[in-house]
Design a protein around this ligand. Sequence first.
Ligand SMILES: Cc1cc2nc3c(=O)[nH]c(=O)nc-3n(C[C@H](O)[C@H](O)[C@H](O)COP(=O)(O)OP(=O)(O)OC[C@H]3O[C@@H](n4cnc5c(N)ncnc54)[C@H](O)[C@@H]3O)c2cc1C
Length: 259
Amino acid sequence: MPVDTSSASSSKNRGDSRRKPARWQNAEVLNIIQEAPDAITLRLRLEEAAAFLPGQYYNVRLLVPGRSGPVQRAYSVGSSPVPDTSIIDLGVREVPGGLVSPRLVGDLAAGDWVEVRGPVGRFTWTTDDGGPVLLVGAGSGVVPLMSMIRYAVAAHLDVPMRLVCSSSNFDYAFYHRDLADLAERFSWLDVVHTFTRDPFDPRASHHRRIDQIMIAEVVVDQFPGRTYICGPPTMVEDVQKWLTELGVDPATVLVEKYD
Ligand SMILES: Cc1cc2nc3c(=O)[nH]c(=O)nc-3n(C[C@H](O)[C@H](O)[C@H](O)COP(=O)(O)OP(=O)(O)OC[C@H]3O[C@@H](n4cnc5c(N)ncnc54)[C@H](O)[C@@H]3O)c2cc1C
């Protein structure tokens, strides 16, 4: 079946300031998929579909007891814009004590409605950006990287992609089942897990935080044409610095920091 890639065929509109800002709209919760003990995929059907690029995010706003107005937070899209942009999967990890994420993870059910606005962001990859692509994510930072991988699958691309994914252990790794399945099916995809709190699990190549040696190994093995780093600000800044030291052109590196 031919796939309509028009909604994701160009990164030319990355940051196009002439576009009208999206307005808040209602989205129906279609499904909640448990990705890890503390993380879900929130599958939403938008009232108004909007073209988005792999890597972008939506803002979600909720009424929170004790707050006079709604509270909003950003959540990346983990699904592919191809073939359908009217249904989006947001990946949400619960932050203990947080105002919004515990409500999204624990309180919603299919048939509920939430308010969203988007898509937003310049952290995007499409065919036009080329490869090989190096994706580096920690924790929920893997969500927008998964959108890029799923887009490559849906659009039948075979650009080499390597994901370095840091999680506390296998069960807490976002999308661990899907990633294992996709890496098995597609030779252009390589997934390198590192587990920070499980020193023995053989499903990980490494058992420590992402460090300079790990990044040097993947860059030497396959020099990236484009790199995307997403997660906690310190990890993102460290990896950015190590890549520059390894000779990667900073202009080819895009980052998204989850503050
Ligand atoms: C571009 C972007 C994309 C993102 N995408 C994702 C994504 O795909 N998935 C995802 O899970 N997250 C994502 N995030 C992070 C997300 O937006 C939220 O920041 C996260 O979910 C926490 O929000 P919260 O309301 O639950 O917690 P917050 O209410 O913001 O609290 C965060 C932490 O601060 C503590 N805290 C709050 N107030 C105080 C206080 N007064 N004193 C002391 N401590 C306090 C809380 O206990 C909690 O531990 C993204 C962020 C950005 C910027």
